[in-house]
Design a binder for this molecule. Sequence first.
Ligand code: PMP
Length: 338
Amino acid sequence: MHPRELGSTYANRPSMSLSGPSAASARESAVPDAHAGVPLLARIGNTPLLRLDRVGSNFSNIEFCAKAEWFNPGGSVKDRPALSMIQAGLASGTLKPGKTIIDATSGNTGIAYAMIGAALSYPVKLCLPDSASHERKRILAAYGAELVITPGDEGTDGAIRKVHEIVAAKPDKYFYADQYSNPANWQAHYRTTANEIWEQTSGRITHFVAGLGTSGTFVGTTRRLKELNPQIHCASLQPDASFHGLEGWKHMETAIRPAIYDDRLADENLPVSTEEAYRLVKRLAREGGLLVSPSSAAALLGCFAVAGRIPKQQHAVMVTVFADSASKYLNERFWDED
Ligand code: PMP
């Protein structure tokens, strides 16, 4: 495969083994790149850092910012780890032509696998709970992924058990990306998300706040940010109950704990309410022009909780991650409720 197909986001980072000519090096090289335009997968990462002036105006001492992850071509933050895990599989030879990419996912990672698999001509098979939204299933099917639907009341844990069954029956047929245990998940954020935040705040970031799903975003970004400046305060967020509406997040005490999760990293770990997140989703849309997902609003609620404990005379630059936009959640009932 030509590195051009894999995209420059990862190829231009020296730590990636699959490095190839980046846009910058192509410009510098004597042989000009004859191809116009940019490959789809090169648009993964380098998302804008949005300044949230109005919604955070109660806290005059704090600059709130969010990585707008719906700018990724698959529409969510999960494009980053999905690409990273697929690249790691290709580099190690565990993913090769003839194999099918398989994983358990309630949606965003699946969409990312489906998009990247289609772009690289690898079949994709996904186990997902019946409770996943209709739009998500339609998007996955549109990319040509094969869906194995598991009981909704078992959540993603039921989907994980199903993948284990399928892979155990035919281990040679599948590349099991295993986003909950694959270090290439958090490493994507270590290499990209964290360094982008550092550059986009000119090293001024003082606080990082993110929700826990697989935990890849929080673990990878925090590990790198703490290397860049150990003083950066890092807060992880979880739903406040095992049954919740924060799609993409996990209630760690009651769920299967992801192997990549390291609970020693966070300076604090805060609970967030689904109902409050739903209210903030609507407020962000109507007062900020920001059409974001419940998990994004929940991340901002976590920021407000952290901000409430910072003394007024202390200036802070607080960054969070808006994992995706509202587009896959527009059929949720909360939009019509008070
Ligand atoms: N929000 C949404 C909407 C997600 O799909 C995910 C991924 N599960 C997350 C947040 C959490 O990201 P991570 O898996 O990196 O913890």
